[in-house]
Design a protein around this ligand. Structure first.
Ligand code: GDP
Ligand code: IMO
Ligand code: MG
Length: 430
């Protein structure tokens, strides 16, 4: 039976997971999303066309890989139908290449409104959520009143929805009393029932028991890859809580979000950029609030795929990366944006934290620890030149090789994929 390859983000998201999945999909039969929702934005550039994938696994872009939306995902049907239409307009046969777990939870209009209202109500402690309703939908899931895809087809749908709409409307009005008229208009049972019945009809051909589907595929020796969304430091348990998302984007969430077992997992690829970025609030030890940070943002086009927000930028942090390796059991790395970092004369990488004069290489998500940590840097020569034509590690300039070799040595796992540009072909595979 073949093993499942997993692609995970190591920092705060947007490391280029989509691009790695797009490569792996080249010989994969199935690509699976396990966690998160349309807060994710995975960019793939194919023949000059830029795809921003939010819910549908990026692997589908291979043209022969079936995308599976796992049970751990929270799914906004309106967004999903838009994505389906967009792919169809680009010639993709989505009908035969998309499956949705009947156990995935459904995002309703009030989830999005509640997300925004809760964020507004947070005064000094804003999280900077994407406003897609992710947190409130997972809250309903864990409160055991959430709507799953299968509920849309159940005879109890109207009753369940009715109870939810009434209680959540009251909650929304509590948090956002000035918005009463709009709440009444949007959180209206008749309207939601009508819309979601129509969505359910449109999505019916895609819905399946994804767990059984995945296991049967593995038993038939099909190749499965899992497309992680978000990243290790955004994990609800292992991230910089409360500045995190509401799911487990780390390896455990891949298992609970798909029904695959730990024994099914093969390679676990950790994706990083040759620098780092973060969007939204929260601690960030190697953040550069100066011209260098601005230059990374401009050279790397670091603006959010989902919200368009400018991303905070800084040097690569190997202390955090080692933590991500431990949490996820990473077997190899993918380092993207080597082209971007190679434009700097000097490149720094954080090798330890200085905590009030004490040097440590051990990471903690304790906020006081993170807010008090000062990065200890090691400097490398940059100026990698034009590396767009390099197809092997050996062809890379010595400075680039030295930088990558140091990362490997520090973390203790190989760099398997190297991103040399945004296009699909701009990648070295070792
Ligand atoms: P994801 O959420 O982890 O899939 O990453 P995003 O798609 O949100 O952000 C990564 C950004 O970097 C996208 O704009 C990609 O097109 C771009 N990208 C990925 N790898 C490379 C690379 O090696 N070089 C350059 N220049 N851009 C890259
Ligand atoms: P991909 O898969 C970057 C961040 C948000 C916010 C926090 C909580 O593209 O790497 P949420 O809406 O999830 O409740 O927001 O998490 N966030 C991401 N940042 N990339 C993502 O996904 C993200 N998904 C959520 O910016 O700080
Ligand atoms: Mg992204």
């Amino acid at each position: 039976m073949s093993k499942v390859d997993v692609v995970l983000g190591c920092f705060y998201g947007d490391e280029g997971k989509g691009k790695v999945i797009d490569y792996l999909a080249g010989d994969a039969d199935l690509a699976v999303r396990a966690t998160g929702g349309d807060n994710a934005g995975h960019t793939i550039k194919v023949d000059g066309v830029k795809y921003a994938m939010h819910l549908i696994p990026s692997g589908i872009l291979s043209g022969h890989t079936i995308g599976v939306i796992g049970n751990g995902v929270v799914m906004n049907p309106e967004v999903l139908l838009e994505e389906i239409d967009n792919l169809k307009a680009h010639g993709y046969d989505v009908e035969h290449y998309l499956k949705i777990s009947d156990k995935a939870h459904v995002i309703l209009p009030y989830h999005r409104m509640l997300d925004v209202a809760l964020e507004k109500a947070r005064k000094a402690s804003k999280i900077g959520t994407t406003g897609k309703g992710i947190g409130p939908t997972y809250c309903d899931k864990y409160e055991r009143c959430g709507l799953r895809v299968e509920d849309l087809y159940s005879e109890n749908f109207a009753q369940k929805l009715g109870e939810l709409v009434e209680s959540r409307k009251a909650l929304l009005k509590f948090y956002d009393p000035e918005n009463e008229a709009q709440i009444d208009e949007i959180v209206d049972f008749d309207k939601i029932y009508r819309d979601y019945t129509a969505y359910a009809e449109a999505l019916k051909p895609y819905v399946c028991d994804a767990l059984t589907y995945l296991h049967k595929a593995l038993e038939q020796d099909k190749k499965v890859v899992v497309e992680g969304a978000q990243a290790t430091l955004l994990d609800i348990d292992f991230g910089s809580y409360p500045f995190v998302t509401s799911s487990n984007p780390t390896i455990g969430g891949i298992i609970t979000g798909t029904g695959l077992s730990a024994m099914d997992i093969g390679n676990v690829y950790g994706v990083i950029k040759a620098y780092s970025s973060r969007v939204g609030e929260g601690p960030y030890v190697t953040e550069l609030l100066d011209a260098t940070g601005d230059r990374i943002r401009e050279l790397g086009h670091e603006y959010g795929t989902t919200t368009g927000r400018p991303r905070r930028c800084g040097w690569l942090d190997l202390v955090t990366l080692k933590y991500a390796k431990r949490v996820n059991g990473l077997t190899a790395l993918s380092v993207n944006h080597l082209d971007t970092i190679g434009k700097f004369d000097k490149v720094k990488v954080c090798v330890a934290y200085d905590i009030n004069g004490e040097i440590t290489e051990d990471f903690s998500t304790n906020l006081e620890f993170l807010n008090g940590a000062k990065p200890v840097y090691r400097e490398f020569d940059g100026n990698f030149g034009d590396i767009s034509g390099c197809k092997t590690f050996e062809e890379l300039p010595e400075n680039a090789k030295a930088y990558l070799s140091f990362i490997e040595e520090y973390i203790g796992i190989p760099v398997k994929f190297i991103g040399t540009g945004a296009e699909r072909e701009a990648m070295i595979v070792r």
